[in-house]
Design a protein around this ligand. Structure first.
Ligand SMILES: [Zn+2]
Length: 404
């Protein structure tokens, strides 16, 4: 989840005369075949916020937002991790209750769409879903604040099917430091390390997206199973504290982990990031445009910021960020640690997607671009999903051994 900060005003008239948004990419037959025969996993999607609306139907195609069942099928997505997310300002019993409500919303969505979705809690479930031509649905809790400092809540999350937990969101919690807050614990507290050990026992992947660098190293040292970042990009290409340094990516890989590349423009493009910093008025103008388009319709606001930023880019009001930058980040990480430790964690429906990646139907472009760069089919399959399956399998094995 990364709610968009702002940008500049543009008139509707100007938008109408602009050339159409990113031209449809032509995908090679080889890429299409590779996409449809691979297990393609996205480890971070914030669509859950829409699932909370009883009027939202995931099974029909929408004109807004990034994700629904028809578009996941068109993009060849095999498995999706829906993020269980609430603001890290909410803590205690309220946080636990809201997390449970979101888990219920995901589970109910699967129950109502039995022919198309399968609730998956293991690597084997994901492979079974693919066999049955269904989309595997998994869940990740995005922020340790939602377990209310209580290991019994963590165990309940596991029992309900949660398969990763991001240790923090934007704020520190009582046992772990976040990358976007002032250090308070020098990484993980002793209880934080107990949380990691219990996650290992339960078979929940330790997710280090959002955590401080020191928390990352403490988690890496404590966990007996591989860990991953469900949605981070490369700090060498874009200096966001949320992104991972080359050293962190190397150390993550040494322990068998995976960096799942995030598609958010503010994590992909240094130029975009610098512009936002230099133009604080931009956020206000984006928000005004969202208000103009949505009025007081909260559901509309959930998806419109993403579109407004892309419209402003097209209108020349913000630096343009093209979807190919996602491939640059994948390629950078592969150059450092090889294709065994890189994957996809879009942040769809929770961030600002670049031009040409306005929804999940566009993900075959990544496969096509990697083929054109000379990647082997086997390496591309790893990046698309096999690496995540390997991490899941190893985490399951550690859990199995600990429960003997
Ligand atoms: Zn996030």
């Amino acid at each position: 989840m990364h709610r968009p900060p702002g940008s500049l005003f543009v008139s509707l008239l100007l938008l109408l005369i602009m050339p159409s948004l990113a031209a449809t990419q032509s995908i090679s037959d080889q890429a299409k075949r590779l996409q449809s025969t691979s297990i393609v996993i996205d480890t971070h999607d914030d669509t859950t916020q829409r699932l909370l609306d009883p009027g939202f139907d995931l099974s029909v195609r929408h004109n807004d937002g990034n994700i629904d069942i028809p578009r996941m099928k068109e993009g060849g997505l095999s498995a999706i991790f829906f993020s269980i997310w609430i603001s890290s300002k909410i803590t205690g019993p309220d946080a636990v209750k809201q997390a449970i409500d979101q888990i219920d919303a995901v589970r109910e969505t699967v129950r109502k769409n039995p022919d198309q979705l399968l609730l998956a809690t293991s690597a084997a479930d994901i492979r079974e879903a693919k066999k049955q031509h269904k989309i595997a649905v998994l869940m990740g809790v995005e922020g340790g604040h939602m377990m209310g400092n209580d290991l019994s809540v963590l165990r309940t999350f596991a029992a309900l099917g949660v398969r990763y937990m991001t240790l923090t969101h934007m704020d520190n919690n009582e046992w772990a430091d976040s990358s976007t807050d002032k250090p308070a614990h020098n990484g993980l507290t002793d209880f934080g390390k107990d949380v990691i050990r219990e996650m290992n026992r339960l078979g929940i992947i330790v997710d280090v997206a959002h955590v401080s660098d020191k928390t990352f190293y403490d988690a890496l040292e404590t966990s007996k199973a591989p860990i991953f970042s469900s949605h981070s990009s490369c700090r060498a290409l874009c200096q966001a504290p949320r992104n991972m340094t080359d050293d962190m990516i190397r150390d993550l890989a040494k322990h068998g982990g995976v960096i799942q590349i995030n598609y958010h423009v503010g994590f992909l493009s240094q130029e975009f990031r610098d512009y936002e910093k230099a133009h604080p008025e931009a956020e206000k103008e984006i928000n005004e445009e969202v208000k103009k388009r949505c009025g007081d319709n909260e559901a509309c606001k959930l998806t419109t910021g993403d579109q407004v930023v892309r419209d402003f880019m097209q209108a020349g009001k913000l630096p343009k960020v093209d979807w190919t930058v996602i491939v640059d980040h994948i390629d950078h990480a592969v150059k450092i640690v090889g294709a065994d430790h890189v994957g996809l964690g879009s942040d769809f429906d929770g961030a600002v997607m670049p031009l040409g990646m306005q929804d999940v139907t566009h993900i075959p472009q990544i496969t096509d671009a990697l083929l054109k760069k000379g990647y082997s089919e086997s390496d591309i399959r790893k990046i698309l999903g096999e690496n995540t399956l390997r991490v899941l399998t190893e985490v399951e094995q550690v859990s199995h051994n600990r429960n003997k």
